[in-house]
Design a protein around this ligand. Structure first.
Ligand SMILES: Cc1cc2nc3c(=O)[nH]c(=O)nc-3n(C[C@H](O)[C@H](O)[C@H](O)COP(=O)(O)OP(=O)(O)OC[C@H]3O[C@@H](n4cnc5c(N)ncnc54)[C@H](O)[C@@H]3O)c2cc1C
Ligand code: FES
Ligand code: FES
Length: 495
């Protein structure tokens, strides 16, 4: 390895850690275990599935007066992205007098741990739940634990422990971070770019090797655009739930990495009367809350997207840019007629999401161009939106297919129908033939055989690892029929 310069600074339990000489792709998990001997945090899968590695990452709130925590899979996060933040591991929960945190105590009392390998991750997920929810329902506990696999307990004792712990007094549950706050203010990252004497933006690296490979963490959009113009082959890093996988499993070592998580403009959601403008670094957890009332089906698809540690970092833009054929947000966004704001240098352009993909994992993005924001239309009176994801396992699983539809019922017939799906083509896409089979029909007149014919004419029959074509196409037809039939009952109910 060529020598590494610069250092990553983060706060750990009342002290500033300066991580020096580590690669730009070192994971948070490896650093915690190997350099800081925080071995409570475990490595199970190293791909975001098991949750043995869950820690809490803290960031100062907008006023700089409190720390907001997110549960993250430390196996997927790159160490330089921690610069300016804080970390809490299972060891952080131990009180000064040696007593256990209420979540740990409840796990002991309810026999929530057997072999113990999953326990630190489970404790961290439940500690996060306990910060904001004094009385979680069983479903909320299940959701909080959807990214934590336990092979031993059968979960009942863990769920009992969660209920018992959350009933403890708030002050006992609260994460102790009084000593972290001033240190987080001290290491807060700059919010403005640095300029050279000629007025050129200089993007300072967090980590740079002697060979010139680097990890940069800009604070502004201008810096991102400028950097990408100079390094069009640079890898953008948002939530790291895909990139982390490439680093761990394919040993990918991108030369230049541009982290978007510190760009304030990209972390904002703004709204007009018609549209939400969702910045490219907004995590899915926030998007889920944003759309919950307007599009409950979209929120439910997102709730089944990974798990809380995945959703707390993974972004909508990252899902779209990654362009997986089974990406879950895209069918919903295409049915809703979402558009993307793309930026290259000073120039921006808008592209409809359904015109973004040109093939499997291929997009219209030009070298040096990136997604700045996703424009998602807000609900319109009289326009229905439906979506559903089918996967083998209900939680934390990959789609066999996910279908979404938007339509209006005008004079008892379906109008302005938009249908989109994943899992049936090289990229998520609209299904114009299915739309045509529905357009202008009364819901009761839609026939399953017409939808089957439209599906057969739209896609190439192909068996995949996760589902056969026969299964996928049958499920696809049933989803479309279900959306239509449910629109009928809604119409009857409101007639
Ligand atoms: C355990 C697990 C469960 C998952 N479950 C699901 C699921 O249920 N459904 C699903 O669809 N996916 C799922 N995924 C896949 C992944 O979480 C999503 O694709 C996620 O939205 C990626 O976003 P990210 O911010 O983490 O992207 P990153 O990993 O940071 O980046 C992904 C790709 O997008 C590029 N990129 C990021 N931001 C931009 C931008 N603004 N402009 C241009 N390019 C950009 C990156 O360079 C990279 O190529 C899962 C992944 C894991 C590990
Ligand atoms: S080690 Fe399994 S999720 Fe990180
Ligand atoms: S206690 Fe053994 S895996 Fe959970």
């Amino acid at each position: 390895m060529s020598e590494v310069t610069n250092s990553v600074r983060f706060v750990l339990d009342g002290r500033i850690v300066e991580a020096q000489g580590r690669r730009r792709t070192t994971t948070v998990l490896d650093y915690l275990r190997e350099d800081l001997q925080r071995t409570g945090t475990k490595e199970g899968c190293a791909e975001g599935d098991c949750g043995a590695c869950v820690v809490l990452v803290g960031e100062l709130d907008a006023n700089g007066s409190a720390v907001n925590y997110a549960p993250v899979n430390s196996c997927m996060q790159l160490l330089p992205s921690l610069d300016g933040k804080s970390v809490k591991t299972v060891e952080s929960l131990r009180r000064a007098d040696g007593s256990l945190h209420p979540v740990q105590q409840a796990m002991v009392e309810c026999h929530g741990s057997q072999c113990g390998f999953c326990t630190p991750g489970i404790v961290m997920s439940l500690t996060h739940l306990s910060q904001g929810n004094a009385c979680p329902s069983r479903a909320q506990i299940g959701d909080a634990l959807s990214g934590n696999l336990c092979r031993c307990t059968g979960y009942k004792p863990i769920i009992d422990a969660a209920q018992r712990a959350c009933a403890a007094p708030r002050e006992e549950l609260k994460i102790d971070d009084a000593a972290d706050l001033p240190l987080l203010r001290e290491i807060r990252r700059d919010t403005a770019p640095t300029y050279s004497l000629d007025g050129e933006i200089v993007v300072q690296p967090v980590v740079r090797t002697r060979k010139g490979s680097e990890f940069v963490s800009p604070a502004t959009l201008d810096e991102v655009a400028h950097y990408l113009q100079r390094h069009p082959g640079a890898t953008l890093l948002a939530g790291s739930t895909e990139i982390g996988l490439q680093v761990n499993k394919q040993f990918s070592r991108p030369e230049h990495i541009v982290y978007l998580g510190n760009v304030a403009e990209l972390r904002q959601v703004t709204e007009t009367r018609d549209t939400w403008r969702i910045g490219a670094a907004v995590p899915l957890e926030q998007v889920m809350a944003l759309v919950a009332t307007a599009y409950p089906d979209f929120a439910e698809v997102l709730r089944r997207f990974g798990s809380p540690p995945i959703r707390s970092t993974a972004t909508l833009a990252g899902n779209i840019a990654n362009g997986s054929p089974i990406g879950d947000s895209m069918p919903c966004l295409m049915a809703l007629q979402a558009r993307l704001v793309l930026r290259r240098g000073e120039a921006t352009r808008e592209v409809a999401l359904d015109a973004f993909y040109t093939g499997q994992k291929k997009t219209v993005l030009q070298p040096g161009e990136f997604i700045e924001a996703v424009l998602c239309p807000r609900p319109v009176a009289g326009r229905a939106f439906r979506a559903h994801k089918i996967s083998k396992r209900f939680d934390q699983d990959i789609s066999a297919t996910c279908f979404a539809a938007a339509f209006e019922l005008e004079g008892g017939v379906l109008r302005r129908v938009r249908v989109a799906c994943n899992g049936l083509a090289p990229s998520p896409c609209r299904a114009p033939r299915i739309e045509a089979a529905l357009e202008g029909k009364a819901p009761a007149a839609v026939r399953a055989e017409d939808i089957d014919a439209a599906i057969a004419a739209s896609f190439t029959a192909r068996d995949g690892l996760r589902a056969t074509w026969a299964y996928r196409s049958l499920v696809a037809r049933n989803l479309v029929m279900r959306f239509v039939e449910e629109s009928l009952s809604t119409e009857e109910a409101t007639a």
